[in-house]
Design a protein around this ligand. Sequence first.
Ligand code: XLS
Ligand code: NI
Ligand code: NI
Length: 446
Amino acid sequence: MSRALFVGDKEYFPGIGQIHYEGPDSDNPLSFKAYDPDRIVAGRTMEEHLRFAVCYWHTFCADGADPFGPGTRIHPWRVSDDKMENARSKMDAAFEFFTKLNVPFYCFHDRDMAPEGASVAESEFNLETMVALARERQEATGMKLLWGTANLFSHPRFMNGGATNPNFAVVTHAGAQVKAALDATVALGGQNYVFWGGREGYACLFNTDTKKELDHLGRFLTMARDYGRSIGFEGTFLIEPKPMEPMYHQYDVDSQTVIGFLRQHGLDEDFKLNIEANHATLAGHSSAHDLQMAVDAGMLGSVDANRGNPQNGWDTDQFPMDMYDCVQNMMVILAAGGLGSGGFNFDAKIRRESTDLEDLFLGHIGGMDAYARALVIADRVVSDGKIEEMKAARYASFKQPDGRRFETGGMGLAELRDMAASSPEPELESGKQERVENLLNDYMFS
Ligand code: XLS
Ligand code: NI
Ligand code: NI
């Protein structure tokens, strides 16, 4: 790979070169121990399986601020008081980071890349200007856009939602932003377009017409789909479920809720799901569960790779490090045949206390190694087939003629009853949970 490591005038991460695979014995913290982009696993390279993406917002915009205090990181790409000048230097820093980390993809919100202007037209102009620069940078570095999206949650006008806002005037602004973000995504060859329901939800039922708001959301997404297709967007539209935060009730609670909504509104041909691990856990699920529900519906699109903190109930967006979770997620994805045009986007941020520039690299390196290791282990599990065999054995009775007839609709409830009445009590069949759990640990650590 002979890409220039930075393309602007200035190097923002001096002293850090391109991150390479050095193997498990290396003691260089700025190297991959497991992620070897060219290594073949299950017929594809690691790079092709994992399709890693860096996100613009946590990595180059977030400075460690929390509700109790201001940021702790001083971004060297904050060069002046002029917002567009800063946007340009941020973009240079971002592409330097992508290239040095050697990831193939990135993701952005409109407002991460270009500042909001004083009018719709000025905001559009700012974004178009930055998109033109991003195109140049993509060409110079070989970087690709995994997905674009619009930030419909930060500006005060969106405090009651974007597409589900009770005030139509605000809905028009949501439309303007999504139109411009779709234009930007197409101009940058984006492979997907994401809707995360930001403030699409509500705080109080007494003042909220939930049916109206959900119908508006369906209408809005249909308009966005139609516009996207009309300008030549051939990629996948994605919805990213999340159960709470910022709104008390978010409409896109979890995989199954979103799948039902998409089918209800006839959007299931064009839309799939972007599953974020920390959102699934906030919904009271494991991330593997939400992934599996999406797979079962034929709607797994992409992954926001991160993890939450099991001790608290908010979206901590930490880098994925918990191998047990990563392996389970990877087992679901691998068994489903992979992510297609999706990828693993690190919607993850380093901690407020992590104030060195290199910490941004360390977080991503750890996440990439975690998923590379998970891929290798999941391949062992899936190709060995033992766990899958045990699962299938539990359903063996449905391969018998009566079970088949039940599955295929050739039986009524009365006949089902008669079979119970004329047969002996079914034998208790162990679920063998301990056996499969033990097996997984054997695959992980042997
Ligand atoms: C926030 C979401 C957000 C989306 C993109 O919780 O995860 O980062 O991924 O809008
Ligand atoms: Ni999150
Ligand atoms: Ni996300």
